[in-house]
Design a protein around this ligand. Structure first.
Ligand code: ADP
Ligand code: MG
Length: 696
């Protein structure tokens, strides 16, 4: 099966071919690297007398009865006699060909789970084949597949791929020795073994992937990931970005913009903010485009760091763009940045999808002429019509909410010449170490590991929904002290209508219980103007309680809010709960977060939900939260949109294989420097056509 045969457009693809393509199995090597999920042992035959209830096994015998039962659901009942006992094979839904293969007198093998019972032994839907088929000598691999691609077809395709693919080793024996792998385990041998293991191998070592053949494959995969990211990083270092030399110190002659901004701020930077700002300033002053992730817990003060980076860029005579995932968040940034930078003479522009045509046109003109030095907005910023005069710094807030394509589009906004803009990505979800070392190895990371002074710790309580009245009393007490309160309801993705019921009911209930308090309502279906009006009332302090869906998840900044109630907290992810909690505790007042959970019988808390709520009570540390979230959920949450393009690990497990990960990280630069051809071969072998994505 050649790659050309599968991609040719003249002949339509058959179902199985479409299946192969869906799985990305285009080249012989892709097929060879498509490894089994598990194995079935068809190498031996078990006598029915020795069968135990619930065991999966293979039996062989003669069909003594074969009838179609018409009563109730149509089914095929076959009696098989193996000399020691008989067993009934039962099929619901069957083909005429099956009836023929299972006719009385045929000698067959059947494989399935045996159930003992009142009517004797039974197998439901066993697989079966004629008894004169040779007994396989290897375990039968079961591959990950898709609808329309039968195991038997896939198995043949994989065996073909294994024969055709170039499997020359890219690693020398001494590299393998470092992870305790014998040189015997060449790639070819490891693959042949995993596709056709001999029955004497303890199945457990295959299942837990501790077998040397699996180790070899996992090491290969991790090395490919490290190599490709290192290549991407080095390729970027060869690109050119505008030189943005600036200094953060104030008092310098003429007070350049960053210094003026620092002097005008109502607070002093924390040590951590200063450190990361300097890391960023160093990147900007270098010709290689910056590719940096700024991570800092909610409320750690990333915005001012972004503003300082922007000031350096603008001071150097270039434009800076800041893109946020939602309009509310973008507007918060915009307000804040205007407040800081416009008094210093910086011209700004604002771009969102909901803008009026006329306003938008005016903004586009400001951006194209370069009159606007700072541009803030949503996805609208990366649309084709938006042309910058000289974009040098692109800042992406909540980077995990944007796709690879969107980041690429932003980078392509620096028109003209061979230059690239600098890229600063910000996230409030800190990335655990193993992920930073693997999926994010091509990024430089700066961490704000300190909150601004004067924040009081937030007390978190998990409370049953049955005690809702007490919670409302608590709200009343907060309001009487002049504080404000958030009440957040979950977003149920399947049904926007249900969301609405949730928030509108909560809103009605609170309005009734607190008649003298202004209770606001905010959800994603409201028109933008209405949302803005509600936000403004809450920000001004006039509105005491804000009931909302998770639209407030990011970016809302009201220091007077001291209580956060999360309804149906059991439905939220851990990082999301942490982000929500970060909306309070921003001022000097003691703050609290109440996590309400529903206790109806149908909604018994699952194990994972319980773990999440427990973690919220036990820790406030964003890194610890992220680590636990990774444990509970796996890496998907963190990778977000990156997931689709980045080389997702199929075989290696970051937690279990951290030693292999360390090894791959050390080996990648060695291989790339000393054996560039092998390194390249290795990357192409493993990642094939997915390489484009790694550039973003
Ligand atoms: P996040 O990292 O979550 O984006 P923000 O940038 O929104 O955090 O900052 C949270 C709040 O803390 C804002 O009101 C901001 O003005 C304030 N802030 C930021 N840095 C400091 C600081 N060094 N000292 C005091 N307050 C600060
Ligand atoms: Mg922020």
């Amino acid at each position: 099966m050649s790659a050309r045969a599968l991609t040719s457009s003249s002949t339509p693809l058959t179902g199985p071919q479409r299946g192969l393509r869906k799985l990305g199995l285009l080249r012989p090597i892709d097929l060879a690297l498509h490894l089994p999920l598990r194995y079935e042992d068809e190498t031996c035959i078990v006598k029915l007398v020795a069968a135990r209830d619930g065991e999966v096994l293979q039996i062989e015998g003669v069909v003594t009865a074969c009838e179609v039962l018409q009563r109730g659901q149509r089914q095929l009942l076959v009696t098989l006699d193996d000399g020691s006992d008989t067993c009934t094979l039962r099929f619901f839904g069957f083909y005429p060909s099956q009836q023929k293969a299972l006719a009385v007198g045929k000698r067959i093998r059947a494989r399935g789970e045996v159930k003992g019972g009142f009517l004797g032994l039974q197998m439901m839907h066993p697989t079966h084949r004629p008894a004169d088929d040779p007994l396989p000598e290897a375990l039968t691999p079961i591959y990950p597949t898709v609808a329309g691609l039968p195991q038997a077809y896939l198995r043949r395709a994989v065996q073909g791929g294994l024969k055709q693919a170039d499997l020359t080793d890219t690693m020398a024996p001494e590299h393998l020795a470092a992870i305790g792998l014998h040189a015997d385990w060449t790639l070819r041998k490891a693959l042949s073994f995993l596709h056709n293991p001999t029955p004497d191998v303890p199945l457990a070592t295959l299942e837990d992937r501790s077998h040397p053949a699996w180790q070899r494959l996992k090491a290969e995969e991790l090395l490919a990931q490290q190599l490709s990211q290192l290549q991407a990083r080095r390729a970027r270092a060869d690109l050119r970005a505008p030189l943005l030399k600036g200094t953060l110190s104030h008092g310098a002659a003429g007070l350049p913009l960053p210094g003026k901004l620092l002097a005008a701020l109502p607070f002093a930077l924390t040590e951590a903010q200063r450190r990361v700002s300097e890391e960023i300033a160093r990147d900007l002053a270098s010709q290689a485009p910056m590719h940096r992730l700024l991570q800092g817990d909610v409320g750690s003060g990333k915005t001012v760091v972004a503003a300082l980076a922007g000031a350096i860029c603008i001071e150097a005579g270039w434009q800076c763009a800041l893109m946020a995932p939602t309009e509310i968040l973008a507007e918060q940034h915009f307000r804040k940045l205007i407040g800081w930078l416009e008094p210093l003479g910086v011209k700004t522009a604002w771009l969102t999808g909901s803008q009026k045509v006329k306003e938008r046109r005016a903004m586009l003109a400001l951006i194209a002429s370069g009159a606007a030095a700072l541009v803030v907005g949503t996805h609208a910023i990366i649309q084709d019509k938006v042309a910058f005069k000289n974009l040098a710094l692109a800042i992406v807030d909540e980077q995990h909410r944007f796709g690879v394509a969107q980041r690429l589009a932003l980078r392509n906004k620096l028109g003209g010449g061979m230059q690239e803009p600098h890229l600063l990505m910000m996230t409030a979800t800190p990335i655990p170490r193993t992920l930073a070392m693997s999926y994010y190895a091509d990024l430089d990371v700066s961490t704000i590991d300190q909150l601004p002074p004067g924040r009081t710790p937030i007390i978190t309580k998990v409370v049953s929904d049955a005690r809702r009245d007490e919670v409302i009393e608590r709200i009343r007490a907060q309001i009487e002290q002049g504080r404000q309160v958030y009440w957040v309801c979950p977003l149920i993705e399947e049904s926007e209508a249900l969301d609405l019921i949730n928030v509108t009911q909560a809103h009605a209930q609170l309005s009734e219980a607190l008649p003298s308090v202004m209770v606001g309502l905010l959800h994603s279906r409201m028109p933008m103007t209405e949302k803005k009006a509600v936000m403004a009332l809450f920000a001004s302090g006039e509105m005491g309680v804000l009931v909302s869906t998770t639209v407030i998840e990011v970016g809302v900044d009201v220091a007077n809010a001291s209580l956060m109630v999360v309804e149906h907290a059991e439905r939220f992810g851990l990082s999301q709960l942490h982000q929500l909690r970060g909306r309070v505790g921003r001022g000097a007042a003691a703050s609290a977060c109440v996590l309400l959970y529903a206790t109806g019988d149908a909604q018994r808390l699952g194990e994972a939900a319980r773990e999440r709520l427990k973690a919220m009570v036990q820790t406030h540390d964003g890194f610890e939260i992220a680590r636990r979230d990774l444990e509970i959920r796996g890496p998907g949450e963190f990778l977000g949109a990156r997931q689709s393009g980045a080389a997702l690990l199929r075989f290696a497990d970051l937690a279990a294989d951290s030693a292999l990960l360390e090894w791959a990280r050390r080996l990648a630069p060695v291989l790339l420097d000393q054996h560039p051809a092998q390194a390249q071969q290795h990357v192409v072998r493993w990642l094939g056509g997915k390489l484009e994505y790694l550039k973003a």
